[in-house]
Design a protein around this ligand. Structure first.
Ligand SMILES: *[C@@H]1O[C@H](CO)[C@@H](O)[C@H](O)[C@H]1NC(C)=O
Ligand SMILES: *[C@@H]1O[C@H](CO)[C@@H](O)[C@H](O)[C@H]1NC(C)=O
Ligand SMILES: *[C@@H]1O[C@H](CO)[C@@H](O)[C@H](O)[C@H]1NC(C)=O
Ligand SMILES: *[C@@H]1O[C@H](CO)[C@@H](O)[C@H](O)[C@H]1NC(C)=O
Ligand SMILES: *[C@@H]1O[C@H](CO)[C@@H](O)[C@H](O)[C@H]1NC(C)=O
Ligand SMILES: *[C@@H]1O[C@H](CO)[C@@H](O)[C@H](O)[C@H]1NC(C)=O
Length: 245
């Protein structure tokens, strides 16, 4: 028997693990709570498309001291006509969010989590309004969706313009270069990601239709799986957090 055991309980401890997908830049080790009416798909878990249709509430696990934050959500795995090559797609860009100083308890299927919500108290129109995941029956069927929270308290007019310009083209959104252009490199304060998988099989690897740019989710498509949140979360922790017993 191995003398090493994974310490599952540590998955919520403040470890220096990235809360963004492996290889994604900018990475962060701070959890961003992304709550979809009772579901908190975190750190790469598989979640059904239906759960992710309505705009989520977002929060940080510790209070923030900046005055203004922006949320970005990006699909890292949209199909191209040259599979298995992929592209990226911006799904959400909301600026001018204000951090709450009081905590909120989110009651979720993975337990209750306490967080400081980011609120749209200024009622700012989003640069890109939230639209949920909808991976089509093309290669790849599984898509990674990353959410990052950026401190935009001191954003300049040029920075704001750079964000808007980059967001005008949803496809090919490169978070690293966009944030750098906007003078926001190093300002990512928290992150999260999850996986939505089309449950069907690939219909046509090179079809140009099939919902990649579908802004309004349709009734068909991905999502019969249901959340496998806590289990998958534990699996993500495996092999990374070990303890000698
Ligand atoms: C705000 O919080 C950040 C991160 O904890 C810290 O580095 C920074 O010094 C704080 N700034 C102020 C003005 O308190
Ligand atoms: C979570 O549940 C607690 C206790 O039932 C309740 O006080 C709290 O308002 C709930 N939180 C949310 C965000 O609904
Ligand atoms: C912020 O307010 C605008 C205008 O009411 C609304 O369109 C947008 O969805 C809100 N964003 C968030 C994150 O609640
Ligand atoms: C924004 O400016 C304030 C005041 O100069 C400073 O304390 C804070 O650290 C800056 N925040 C960021 C993210 O640069
Ligand atoms: C996403 O989940 C599917 C199972 O639904 C799995 O096959 C795939 O490898 C996962 N992708 C990533 C990047 O974790
Ligand atoms: C797949 O879609 C492409 C682009 O729409 C089309 O040219 C091709 O004929 C389709 N292939 C099949 C087998 O239907």
């Amino acid at each position: 028997m191995s003398k090493y055991l994974p310490l599952l309980a540590l998955t919520s401890a403040p470890l220096a693990l990235a809360r963004t997908p492996p290889g994604f830049i900018p990475s962060t080790s701070n959890d961003l709570i992304v709550e979809y009416t009772g579901f908190y798909p975190s750190n790469g878990v598989v979640v059904s498309r239906e759960i992710t249709i309505p705009q989520p509430r977002i929060a940080t696990t510790t209070p923030l001291n900046g005055t203004s934050y922006s949320i970005l959500m990006i699909d890292l795995d949209i199909p191209t006509n040259n599979p298995p090559e992929t592209n990226t797609l911006l799904h959400w860009l909301q600026t001018s969010l204000t951090p709450s100083t009081q905590s909120t308890t989110f009651n979720t299927t993975s337990g209750s989590v306490r967080g400081f919500q980011l609120l749209n108290t200024t009622q700012t129109t989003p640069v890109v309004g939230y639209f949920g995941p909808n991976p089509p029956a093309r290669i790849p069927l599984s898509h990674r969706y990353v959410q990052i929270l950026v401190d935009t308290s001191n954003i300049t007019e040029q920075g704001e313009a750079a964000l808007r310009e980059a967001a005008a083209t949803l496809r090919g959104f490169n978070a690293e270069s966009v944030l750098e252009e906007a003078g926001l490199e190093g300002n990512v304060v928290a992150g999260n990601w999850y996986n939505v998988t089309n449950p069907g099989s690939v219909v046509n690897a090179t079809a140009t239709t099939a919902g990649t740019m579908t802004v309004t989710p349709t009734a068909t498509g991905a999502g019969t799986g249901g959340i496998r949140g806590s289990l998958m979360g534990a699996v993500v922790g495996l092999g990374v957090v070990m303890v000698v017993i």
